[in-house]
Design a protein around this ligand. Structure first.
Ligand code: NAP
Length: 396
């Protein structure tokens, strides 16, 4: 019998054998990649003795607008909240309209404060770097604060002029008149809850290190405090299990807490990626670094992601709606497939997740790939989205 995922006292998901999972198919290429993904997730669940998953389609984006007159109906938000774990395809950003971005609106409404992106190389995938197999990291990006808070005003607006005159008079700040201005709020609460989730993850998975990525040398009281709050949290809440890098001995078995300035971190991910396992960072750093790392393992078409809060998670393809390919049965469905596998892992169905990862790897190793990867490989003809999906199902 199908049931609802609930949350246990430790915040862990309690999953019935046949969970109801909402799916937002999404706009543009959403239907193409979902058609390929669904049989893979259903097949992996069945083969590992779980499920069946009862998929509950909920509307958002253009489809919702056509059906209900709203891009993000309240019934959809209610379902994401009620069923706790969901999967989502890409959503276009409405042009005009009052919503800045549907993705941001979902994250805000459900307080999904962590964007988690595992970045792991699948052998055989074309990569612009020489040793992509050295990349195996999980990024935790703060999702609600920083310059993404939406607190900015255009040059010449009364708000911008008033803010400029306020900080000039009150704090002696020197801002060129007529500037656009924005605020960068970063709180102890928001930073620590993100870093806490990343630390728990690293400890649960017995990973060797966690790095706080910041630009605290310049932005001392926002990014610098993110770093300081990270070390403070490690000492206060995970004292015996963690050690700052500066105090660690060679071979220390505790979780080593490092910090790196963001520009250096970009270099580290190219030159010494195997020295990093979990990265925790503020919103903007995370935005840049997660796509840069995705590029090293084959691009956005290969990158899974999740937006996670307390007892709520929405797993999503990290790319957009790629409108020019909509309905062409052409694009790479791996981002949604791997996000689905990541979801199975979160649900504790590790055996099912492993089947998906292995089958995708076997398919790519057989040089069965969609156009985006084929064009980077010598003498490989691309297959359709549906053919790629069928090849993965065969290899489960
Ligand atoms: P995009 O949809 O990600 O597409 C940009 C390019 O990336 C595509 O033209 C294609 O490159 C490549 N690409 C994306 N997905 C692919 C896949 N599955 N397989 C192979 N290649 C893929 O970005 P965009 O054109 O900037 O944005 C379009 C719409 O999506 C906008 O409305 C944007 O707001 C929205 N968006 C949504 C999300 C989300 O829902 N999470 C994220 C980003 C953007 P080539 O043309 O080189 O083949």
């Amino acid at each position: 019998m199908s049931g609802i995922i609930t949350v246990g006292p430790e915040g862990q998901f309690i999953v019935p054998e046949s969970p109801i999972i909402p799916i937002i198919v999404g706009d543009g290429i959403g239907p193409d990649i979902w058609r390929a993904t669904r049989p893979i997730l259903d097949g992996a669940a069945a083969k590992s003795g779980h499920g069946p998953i009862e998929w509950l389609e909920v509307a958002a984006g253009q489809k919702a607008m056509d059906e209900t007159g709203e891009y993000l109906p309240q019934t959809t938000l209610d379902a994401l909240r009620k069923y706790r774990v969901s999967l989502k395809g890409p959503l276009g950003t409405p042009v005009g309209g009052g919503i800045r971005s549907l993705n941001v609106a979902i994250r805000k409404e459900l307080d999904l404060y962590a964007c988690i992106r595992p970045v792991k190389y699948i052998p055989g995938t074309p990569s612009p770097v020489r040793q992509p197999e050295k990349i195996n990291m999980v990024i935790f990006r703060e999702n609600t604060e920083d310059v993404y808070a939406g607190l900015e005003w255009p040059a010449g607006s009364p708000e911008a002029d008033e803010l400029i005159s306020f900080v000039s008079q009150k704090f002696g700040a020197c801002i060129r008149p007529g500037s656009s201005v924005g605020l960068k709020p970063m709180s102890e609460f928001g930073s620590k809850r993100l870093i806490r989730m990343a630390m728990k993850w690293a400890l649960d998975k017995k990973l060797p290190n966690l790095t706080l990525v910041h630009k605290g040398n310049i932005m001392k009281f926002t990014e610098g405090f993110f770093r300081a709050w990270g070390y403070e949290l490690a000492a206060d809440e995970f004292g015996p299990q963690t050690v700052p890098e500066s105090e660690a001995d060679a071979g220390d078995k505790r979780l080593i807490i490092k910090d790196r300035i963001a520009d250096n971190m970009f270099m580290q991910t190219l030159l010494r990626p195997d020295e990093y396992s979990v990265l925790a960072m503020p919103n903007l750093n995370g935005d840049y670094l997660s796509d840069a790392l995705a590029a090293q393992i084959g691009g956005l078409g290969m990158a899974p992601g999740a937006n996670v809060g307390d007892g709520l998670a929405v797993f999503e393809a990290t790319h957009g709606t790629a409108p020019k390919y909509a309905g062409c049965d052409m694009v790479n469905p791996c981002s949604l497939i791997l996000s689905g596998a990541f979801m199975l892992e979160f649900m504790g169905w590790n055996d099912a997740a492993k089947l998906v990862y292995q089958a995708v790897a076997k398919t790519i190793a057989s040089k069965i790939v969609t156009y985006d990867l084929a064009r980077q490989m010598d003498g490989v003809a691309p297959v359709a989205t549906s053919a790629f999906g069928a090849a993965v199902v065969e290899r489960l």
